[in-house]
Ligand binder design. Structure first.
Ligand code: CO
Length: 133
């Protein structure tokens, strides 16, 4: 079901500092992009084989705010795997006893493609995103 690692998302307390750090290591680093519908400002770090997304809270109800309160220095927020068929994800997760977050239907994610998230308590403490390729 899962194919490529699409990205690792890291919540950061200082977006400029984090972007500068990756840029100074030679990575291709985007300018910050506001994604109000997702409550984040994101900087994309593009590597030859995957991406890192640096996430910073945007707006009052950002899903990143609580995470940064618990992890003030920042931390890995989620990992995202590509899947060929997002429609089969809920049943496959159910088969292994893993819960889907939300109402179980795919939503349009930060890259304009359908995504689902699995409960971190069912994935070794890691929030896992599945993205339709
Ligand atoms: Co993501």
């Amino acid at each position: 079901m899962i194919t490529w690692l699409n990205h690792i998302a890291i919540a950061v307390p200082d977006l400029d500092a984090a972007a500068t750090q990756y840029r100074s290591l030679g990575a291709e680093v985007s300018v910050p992009q506001n994604l109000p519908e997702h409550g984040v400002t994101v900087v994309f770090v593009t590597l030859p084989n995957t991406k890192i997304e640096l996430l910073y809270p945007l707006g009052a109800n950002s899903p990143i705010s609580m995470f940064l309160q618990r992890n003030p220095a920042g931390g890995v927020h989620h990992v995202c795997f590509e899947v060929n068929d997002i429609g089969e994800v809920p049943a496959r997760l159910s088969d292994i006893g893993a819960r889907v977050l939300g109402d179980g239907s795919a939503k349009i994610g930060a890259h304009g493609k359908p995504v689902l998230f699995a409960h971190p308590k069912d994935f070794q403490g890691v929030l896992v995103e599945f993205e339709q390729t």
